[in-house]
Write a protein that binds this ligand. Structure first.
Ligand SMILES: Cc1cc2nc3c(=O)[nH]c(=O)nc-3n(C[C@H](O)[C@H](O)[C@H](O)COP(=O)(O)OP(=O)(O)OC[C@H]3O[C@@H](n4cnc5c(N)ncnc54)[C@H](O)[C@@H]3O)c2cc1C
Length: 269
């Protein structure tokens, strides 16, 4: 078996030089790399000595260092905004030892179809800061869609605005420690009993994620007392596939029912 070389950079300048090399990959929590075939990889860049494990709020913008773990984010966001969507998404993700390892940077770069993070980052219009072959700020959607952005580039920070929103996250799981077969993330902006804006993202579909535009249109500018939960379920038409979904048709019906329940709970509370 080939021996991997490990780098332990302590400055971003050193990490930037290393990440530009071919066959050299960043190592965040290692929970995704663990399951991956590393045959073509010569070296790993361990990120834990870099100054990337802090969370700051600057002018209502939250900046999360990419080496922060899911557990770090849950703990710090509870101080910043106790009802924040990221806490709801991440506090029950995977299990405790994994939440202490999985990093924000590794999770954005990998974006598995069971990601509890990415639905929230998409609904929040998050921005990603990169260094390496690509440097600068990009929207999370640009990063997902453009594989050139992901090449030889290190995610340093994930940023988003702090906005007063009602939020909810639902994970479809069979046992408590399962990866979700799909998950919904919902943000609602409610003013005077009327939904003025909403974002609904489902992660785990054939396209990896789907924005539920029809349900969003139904809810936008609708007064709370006029919401028909059964109607929301009918507007969900998601395509599921893959080995982790037993019955895509059942998953779609379940996704519709659960979305209706989420909205009902959110507008009642
Ligand atoms: C048993 C198990 C259950 C899980 N369940 C869930 C779950 O329910 N929900 C959930 O959301 N996640 C879950 N995960 C985590 C998920 O599957 C990924 O393993 C995780 O998101 C990867 O993060 P990491 O920090 O460990 O990345 P790593 O394994 O370190 O890296 C993953 C990829 O990202 C690259 N990378 C790492 N850091 C950076 C960076 N800063 N910039 C650019 N590229 C980078 C690496 O080179 C690699 O290609 C689970 C993992 C396991 C093993």
């Amino acid at each position: 078996m080939k021996e991997l070389h490990w780098y332990y950079p302590e400055t971003l300048a050193d990490a930037e030089t290393l990440v530009r090399q071919e066959n050299v990959l960043p190592h965040g929590g290692g929970t995704g790399l663990l399951l991956r075939n590393l045959t073509g990889v010569d070296s790993l860049i361990e990120l834990s000595r870099l100054p990337l494990r802090s969370i700051k709020v600057v002018d209502h913008n939250v900046e999360i260092g990419s080496a922060c773990t899911y557990a770090d984010v849950v703990e710090k966001m509870a101080e910043i905004d106790p009802g924040h969507i990221l806490i709801k998404c991440l506090h029950h993700s995977a299990n405790t030892p994994l939440r202490n390892r999985i990093t924000i940077g590794g999770s954005v770069a990998m974006f598995p179809p069971w990601s509890d993070l990415m639905g929230a980052l998409i609904t929040l219009d998050a921005m990603i800061s990169l260094t390496g072959k690509n440097s600068g700020d990009y929207s999370v959607l640009e990063y997902i869609r453009d594989k050139n952005l992901r090449a030889n580039s290190l995610i340093t920070t994930v940023k988003f605005k702090l906005l007063p929103r009602k939020s909810a996250h639902y994970r479809e799981i069979r046992t408590k420690s399962d990866m979700p077969t799909f998950n919904h993330t919902v943000l609602l902006n409610i003013e005077k009993n009327k939904i003025v804006d909403c974002r609904i993202i489902t992660v785990g579909t054939v396209l990896k994620y789907t924005r539920l535009a029809e349900a969003e249109t139904y809810l936008t500018n609708r007064r709370i007392e006029n919401i028909d939960v059964a109607e929301i379920g009918k507007l969900v038409n998601l395509k599921f596939a893959g080995s982790h979904i037993d019955d895509p048709e059942y998953a779609n019906i379940k996704a519709g029912i659960e979305l209706g329940r989420m909205i009902q709970q959110m507008v009642r509370s």
